[in-house]
Ligand binder design. Structure first.
Ligand SMILES: Cc1ncc(COP(=O)(O)O)c(C=O)c1O
Length: 289
């Protein structure tokens, strides 16, 4: 979906603003289409709108659950980003890739639902909610962009695969997707709570988890004043059968935060405790707790 949008809106040297840290695949994709990609810092409220370059034509954001930090963009920033896009005639890509799995509270309205002037394209995916191998997603685009997006889709592969889409449509119509989400959301909330608890108790001195309200991963950063070789610990963890990411993997420029990104979509809940024990041991932290 993001590729389709890029093909319509990016030409040689188009300036595209992305979150820093952010989703490396989106960055690479925009570059492959000839864009000049600029990282814009993210803080506890989301993208720093004041730091978007004035010549950006496209701004890519993950407001529900910032990738990878996990924070939600505040309403104030959502409004400011929309106002910025209106002033500059830019387009915002709102990538809402995994917010179906909420652990607490009501979600904020998508930026797309606040948009009155057709500046936002909302993108969703079934990769997290169902299966990444389905390769199905969707977008909600302003009327003005729809003909170009449809033409790009036709040029690419005429249309998506009908049989899978029809099966999914039936799955949704029969209420089975909603039921699936309710059931697995409880499981994911459980996994999140276990990992957050372990981060606090096993790693509390030197790592702190960054609170997330939704999603399938949790990020944790190194406490200021603590010296930890995260990359080495991650390599050791891998040798012990535990794969996690480092926050620095998600920076295009010099990383400003050191830490971990722990995905829990694929690990059985019962194996989390053992995984976190091995991870702690990889940091040289011996504990039987
Ligand atoms: C930030 C972000 N956006 C979107 C996606 C979904 O991508 P796709 O629908 O191509 O599987 C992912 C998957 O990992 C992601 O992390």
């Amino acid at each position: 979906m993001i590729c389709l949008i890029g093909r319509v809106l990016i030409s040689q040297s188009t300036c595209v603003a992305v979150e820093e840290p952010g989703y490396p695949q989106a960055r690479r994709l925009f570059r492959s289409l000839g864009a000049s990609v600029v990282g814009v810092p993210v803080d506890d409220e989301g993208l720093n709108v004041d730091a978007i370059p004035g010549n950006a034509r496209l701004v890519y954001v993950t407001p529900s659950h910032q990738f990878p930090l996990g924070t939600a963009m505040s309403l104030q920033r959502r409004t400011a980003l929309l106002a910025w896009a209106e002033r500059r005639g830019a387009v915002v890509i709102e990538d809402d890739y995994d917010s179906e799995f909420r652990f607490e509270g009501r979600p904020l309205d998508p930026i797309q639902s606040l948009d009155r002037t057709g500046r936002v394209i909302y993108v969703g995916s079934f990769s997290k909610v169902l299966l990444p191998t389905l390769r199905l997603g969707f977008l909600v685009a302003p009327v003005s962009l729809q003909p170009a997006l449809l033409a790009a889709k036709q040029l690419t592969d005429w249309h998506g695969e009908w049989a899978t889409q029809a099966a999914l449509a039936r799955f949704i119509d029969q209420g089975l997707l909603a039921r699936h989400i309710r059931r697995v959301a409880r499981e994911y909330a459980n996994r999140y709570a276990q990992i957050a608890d372990s981060l606090e108790h096993r790693f509390g001195g030197w790592l702190r988890s960054i609170p997330a309200a939704a999603g399938l991963h949790v990020a944790a950063d190194v406490r200021p004043g603590t010296s930890v070789d995260v990359a080495r610990a991650v390599r050791r963890a891998e040798a012990r059968g535990v794969r996690v990411g480092t926050l620095s993997d998600f920076y295009a420029g010099t990383p400003v935060r050191a830490g971990l990104v722990i995905g829990f979509g694929a690990i059985p809940t019962l194996r989390i405790d053992e995984g976190m024990r091995r991870l702690a041991a990889s940091f040289g932290h011996r504990t039987n707790a």
